[in-house]
Design a binder for this molecule. Structure first.
Ligand code: G3H
Ligand code: 13P
Ligand code: ZN
Length: 309
């Protein structure tokens, strides 16, 4: 069944767990994530970026997710990740998505509020939920002063005003996470007090982007079979658990699945130069993503929470 992010996240906030948002670009990822949801009786958010729409095609993604959700006894949401193009956002609202993100985090506070409010006004009558973002996603860096670092994190007062004036259903915050495989040069740490301060004044569920852990075993397998992934570092599992305890109700994962998929495609070819069957190497990679997603659902506490638990 397809449901909105609001349904899933309001429940997660009330139950002090988080729902994973997992990026999809192709069938193998949809299968891996939804199979994990079925096996663990967990809700899941299938996140589609504008790049995914360009790569796979809008209708293909919507019909693939709709077909899977119609045929499986699971509760999932189809969500636009980092929407910035108003045409794509409108297409998602009208074309079968149950949730959209408007990412105005690179705009001024006032401009961000204006575009976000515009999206809420379009989405609400269609029953589609909206995620906004405030603050700049960047890691905590040792060579940047505390006050400079503080300025890029989400300000609790602004967050409260933003949510009240825009009417968003959830808010993505900047507390030291960043996208990709290279999140921290020094110690991997998040601004946990800041997260709690925001949670105390913002009534809607909070969202943690850039939350991949960067599994070093997967990095090692990828590198063993020819990848060149350097000093990659992600958010430790303990920090994710603490962030969920402090109010993160949606946790976004893409990089961890990408690394696992890459590692196992590469490994599949090793010693098998005759392998020309994509089902063999994509199948092995799909299995690896399935395991990654299950581990995340356990970490976020969403196991057994489908249909409200
Ligand atoms: O936050 C971005 C996601 O990892 C999606 O990445 O824009 O390359 O599809 P993408
Ligand atoms: P990662 O790059 O840490 O997986 O973050 C993904 C994300 O935030 C998608 O919106
Ligand atoms: Zn993101």
């Amino acid at each position: 069944m397809l449901v909105t992010n609001k349904v899933l996240l309001d429940r997660a906030k009330a139950g002090s767990y988080a729902v994973g948002a997992f990026n999809i670009n192709n069938l193998e990822f949809v299968q891996a994530i939804t199979s994990a949801a079925v096996e663990l009786d967990s809700p899941a958010i299938l996140a589609v970026s504008q790049g995914a729409v360009k790569y796979a095609g809008f209708e293909n993604l919507v019909s693939m997710v709709r077909t899977v959700s119609d045929n499986l006894n699971i509760e999932i949401s189809l969500h636009l990740d980092h929407g910035q193009d108003m045409e794509i956002i409108k297409r998602c609202i009208d074309g079968g998505f149950t949730s959209v993100m408007i990412d105005g985090s690179n705009l001024s506070f006032e401009e961000n509020m204006a575009v976000t409010r515009e999206v809420v006004e379009k989405a609400r009558p269609a029953g589609v939920s909206v995620e906004g973002e405030l603050g700049r996603l960047a890691g905590i860096e040792d060579n940047v002063s505390v006050s400079e670092q503080d300025a890029i994190f989400t300000d609790p007062g602004e967050a409260a005003e933003f949510v009240e004036k825009t009417g968003v259903d959830s808010l993505a915050v900047a507390v030291g996470t960043s996208h990709g495989a290279y999140k921290f040069k020094g110690e991997a740490k998040l601004a946990m007090d800041r997260l709690s301060e925001i949670a105390a004044v913002v009534p809607v569920p909070l969202v943690l982007h850039g939350a991949s852990g960067v599994n070093q075993e997967h990095v090692a397998i990828a590198n063993e079979f020819g990848a060149k992934i350097g000093a990659a570092k992600g958010v430790p599992d303990e920090a994710i658990s603490e962030a969920v305890r402090r109010g993160a109700a949606k946790v976004n994962i893409d990089t961890d699945m990408r690394i696992a998929f890459t590692a196992y495609v590469r490994k599949s070819f090793a010693g098998k130069p005759e392998n020309i069957d994509p089902r063999k190497y994509l199948g092995a990679a799909r299995d690896a993503v399935f395991e990654v997603v299950k581990a995340k659902m356990k970490l976020f506490g969403s196991v057994g929470k489908a249909f409200g638990g």
